[in-house]
Write a protein that binds this ligand. Structure first.
Ligand code: ASC
Length: 155
């Protein structure tokens, strides 16, 4: 490989640009895959959020390290589901997603963003290790979850 360095750099940049562009084009092969993906992410997010909830509600002893680890997972998961609500993924598999998601995507995205912002605060509070701060952030996050579910998820 004795192509000039700038050519190799340009190719690498082209590959990076292509890979970055791909998710928007074909992230999922079929609507069913997108639906299963977003449901799986929500399941994992709910499981880890629930473990923090158990501490907040005094059902299990407070463990700062566990709270921080769970909040970290919730934070990571919170970033993932919304690319899986693309056009045409309203049907194709069992789903509780309401048509409102595709009728008013701006409102849906705003609700998603609100949840993500609350989760950032929850993650920060959990890293800080103060149970009262975690309780507040947990409550605010739960409100954001509920509000979005009320508008956009069937019971
Ligand atoms: C959870 C979970 C939800 C939210 C919501 C908050 O733990 O699975 O869907 O919290 O119930 O009100």
């Amino acid at each position: 490989m004795n192509r000039p360095k700038f050519v190799r750099r340009a190719s690498a940049a082209a590959i990076v640009a292509l890979v970055a562009a791909l998710p928007a084009v074909a992230q999922f092969a079929k609507p069913e895959d997108a639906i299963e993906y977003r449901q799986s992410v929500m399941t994992v997010m709910g499981a880890h959020f629930g473990r923090i909830g158990a501490m907040v509600q005094g059902k299990v002893p407070f463990d700062a390290k566990a709270a921080a680890e769970n909040a970290h997972v919730v934070h990571e998961m919170s970033l993932l589901p919304f690319s899986a609500f693309g056009p045409g993924t309203d049907l194709g598999h069992d789903t509780k997603a309401k048509p409102a998601i595709w009728k008013d995507p701006a409102k849906f995205q705003a609700a998603a963003k609100d949840m993500q912002q609350q989760v950032v605060k929850l993650d920060a509070a959990a890293k800080g290790g103060n149970l009262d701060a975690i309780k507040t952030a947990f409550g605010d996050t739960a409100k954001a979850c509920k509000s979005c579910h009320d508008d956009f998820r069937e019971k």
